[in-house]
Design a protein around this ligand. Structure first.
Ligand code: TRP
Length: 461
């Protein structure tokens, strides 16, 4: 039974829509989108870099005051319009409204993010195979494997092909038979693997307590302004916000679901998984007497050295976990682009997925060749992967999120908003207040920081 959206201006942009078969389908698919490389790769290494507990605490606060409200905002727009991000803004405002540019920005961000995300995800798959063979030799030999992979265009493109092939194969299947079905397999598997790795970290090493203390005992002396800003930016990235992914997934939800309950569940699961990954990883790092601040190489360089000691029964599940997490995020990135072409251009799903998946694949090749570098605003030659990552994370997503927030907080009609939210009581007013006065301010700070324009920061290095 499909509910017809109650359009304010009478023109329903999106006609027939897929829907999640069940409640769990949405929860798993949306958590799958949120839980990605950001949780298993980025969160642990930035936590290590910014000193642990205090950073984690600030991050948790950011999830609650910025992430959760914005996720609700996206779900309200998506389910309310039952449409892709561009159509959703047309639905609530009007066709040709400048707000639909926000939807466009989202589709473009999805395209660009997936193009480089797929390269990193491809490395994760490559490391599954390397793990099966086992890591051995000196620390330098093991670490140099990563450099060899990154600088070998052939290998990076090969694994990129596999990853994009998997994303396309799943998204072609549609909402229920593709995304939902695979999320129901991959997400529980991911959870079980991580549970196993966390238990290993806690009980199989001698550093379980140390890892817990590092993550959960705040030491505010270690917290820097830079750390706070990273926590803010990450809270936002890890929940897949600012590019219409949650608008798109929300558009497949039934009207009977409570958006608040679902947004809280997804944000909680995302955070919980990141913390579990943190415990597993830091227990291993401390067990071998290493420093937690290993930077972005933590997963692909530092851990393999430790895996040489633990053996493949720890490393294989670990990289399978990373690949699964990346895959469920990859499919949501692709779905944003695909749903736009299905809804707005009337394409068939097969055509939209193969054609646009193919385009993303081709652009991804730019990021796969690390020796192709161009000068960029940071005054040095940089690879496409770094540039695309920088532009999307620092500019496109925060700007998209900021405008989405402005729209729902200040432009959308109170009635439309409260109707989707399901009440107009205290909680609703608290959400509206947060979206009006707190979330946008936080996002402006992220944007200004990306532009190096914050007055109290030192950008000289
Ligand atoms: N949340 C994902 C992660 O933690 C990354 C991501 C950012 C993303 N924006 C997205 C995924 C949009 C899907 C859609 O890795």
């Amino acid at each position: 039974m499909a509910d017809t959206p109650s359009s304010q201006n009478g023109d329903t942009v999106c006609k027939s829509r897929g829907q999640w078969a069940g409640h769990l389908g949405f929860i798993l698919a949306a958590s799958g989108s949120a839980i990605g490389l950001g949780n298993i790769w980025k969160f642990p290494y930035i936590t290590g870099d910014y000193g642990g507990g205090a950073f984690v605490l600030v991050y948790l606060i950011c999830v609650v005051i910025v992430g959760l409200p914005l996720m609700l905002a996206e779900l309200i727009i998506g389910r309310g319009a039952q449409c892709n991000p561009v159509g959703a803004f047309q639905h609530f405002h009007r066709k040709g409204s400048p707000w639909q540019l926000v939807g466009w920005l989202g589709v473009a961000s999805g395209f660009l993010i997936l193009s480089f995300y797929s390269i990193i995800a491809g490395w994760a798959i490559a490391y599954i195979i390397k793990s099966i063979a086992g890591f051995s030799g000196s620390a330098e030999t093991i670490q140099s494997q990563f450099g060899a992979l990154v600088t070998s265009p052939g290998a990076s493109i090969f694994w990129h092909t596999i990853f994009m092939g998997l994303c396309i194969g799943i998204v072609v299947g549609g909402v229920q038979k593709g995304i939902e079905r695979w999320s129901k397999i991959l997400m529980p598997a991911l959870f079980l693997i991580l549970l196993g790795l966390m238990c290993y970290g806690l009980f199989g090493t001698h550093a379980g307590m140390k890892a817990l203390t590092f993550l959960f005992k705040p030491d505010f002396h270690k917290l820097t302004a830079e750390g706070v800003l990273s926590a803010l930016g990450h809270a936002f990235f890890t929940l897949s916000l600012g590019m219409g992914a949650m608008i798109t997934y929300g558009s497949y939800m039934k009207k009977s679901e409570s958006l608040l309950r679902d947004a809280v569940t997804v944000s909680f699961l995302d955070t919980f998984i990141a913390l579990m990954a943190g415990v597993a990883i830091f227990a291993m790092v401390f067990n071998y007497g290493l420093e937690p601040s290993q930077g972005p190489g933590l997963i692909f360089k530092t851990l393999p050295v430790l895996f040489a000691e633990t053996g493949p029964w720890v490393s294989v599940p670990f990289f399978v976990l990373l690949a699964f997490a990346a895959l469920t995020s990859g499919i949501s990135l692709l779905e944003v682009v695909v749903s736009y072409f299905i809804d707005q251009r009337g394409w068939s799903r097969v055509k939209a997925t193969i054609l646009w998946g193919g385009m993303i694949y081709l652009v991804g090749i730019l990021s796969a060749v690390s020796s192709w570098q161009i000068p960029f605003i940071r005054g040095k030659n940089e690879s496409f992967l770094d540039i695309f990552d920088f532009i999307t994370t620092n500019y496109m997503l925060p700007v998209g999120g900021f405008l989405t927030c402005l729209y729902i907080a200040w432009i959308m009609k109170d009635k439309d908003r409260s109707e989707e939210f399901g009440s107009s009581g205290k909680l609703y007013r608290a959400l509206r207040f947060t979206l009006r006065y707190i979330t946008p301010v936080a996002l402006v700070v992220v944007i200004l920081h990306g532009l190096k324009l914050l007055p109290f920061m030192d950008y000289s290095h």
